[in-house]
Design a protein around this ligand. Structure first.
Ligand SMILES: NC(=O)c1ccc[n+]([C@@H]2O[C@H](COP(=O)([O-])OP(=O)(O)OC[C@H]3O[C@@H](n4cnc5c(N)ncnc54)[C@H](OP(=O)(O)O)[C@@H]3O)[C@@H](O)[C@H]2O)c1
Length: 169
């Protein structure tokens, strides 16, 4: 199984001004189309509860896994499933269900936990022509020294680029 974090960020590395800030409010239609294509092909995405609340609904055509410690949420099996606990076990369960490519869809907290656990193979970032100055970063409070290999670099429109990196193991 392969895992990939997919994020869109401002030039100064901000993924959201705050926990309620939804990327669709400030990102390009080209990035949104790319995100939809890749995540639909993968078939499964993992979000933190805050990101899921910012999106506000399950993304169609994909299994939405939402991480939360709150046990009161109701699953919609195959569409929206709430999970908690060990991240490696969650990935192994998805692999047993036949998923070969899992998208980690943020936010900061979830990205950080997956990276810290060494459970990320690739990172794909769109850089939008924005500067926010402050806000949530792609990851936070980590002490890492990961080396990456560039897989691809694409210009999505006149002002937006997308890069895909593989983490060297
Ligand atoms: N620009 C982008 O590409 C992009 C992408 C994604 C998200 N975002 C933005 O990022 C912001 C949210 O990021 P965030 O860091 O505040 O929150 P987050 O990572 O989305 O969610 C954190 C929450 O996830 C739950 N959680 C995480 N790991 C868990 C585990 N192993 N077991 C159980 N629960 C777990 C906890 O929820 P409970 O407290 O419920 O237990 C935790 O409070 C939003 O504004 C969103 O729009 C931006």
């Amino acid at each position: 199984m392969k895992t990939r974090i997919i994020m869109v960020m401002s030039l100064d590395g901000v993924i959201a001004k705050n926990s309620n800030h939804n990327p669709v409010e400030w990102t390009s239609k080209e990035d949104q189309a790319l995100y939809k294509k890749i995540t639909t092909e993968a078939g499964v995405m993992i979000f933190g509860q805050s990101t899921y609340e910012a999106i506000g609904r399950p993304l169609p055509g994909r299994l939405n896994i939402v991480l939360t410690r709150d046990e009161t949420h109701q699953d919609q099996p195959g569409i929206l499933e709430y999970k908690r606990g060990d991240l490696k076990t969650i990935l192994q369960d998805l692999e047993h269900r036949g998923f070969e490519f899992v998208i980690i869809g943020g936010g900061t907290f979830v990205n950080s936990k997956f990276l810290e656990a060494g459970l990320v193979d690739e990172i794909q970032i769109t850089i939008e022509p924005k500067i926010f100055g402050s806000g949530l970063r792609f990851v936070d409070q980590l002490n890492l020294d990961l080396a990456l290999e560039l897989i691809s670099c694409e210009k999505l429109n006149d002002h937006t680029i997308n890069v895909l990196y593989r983490i060297k193991k």
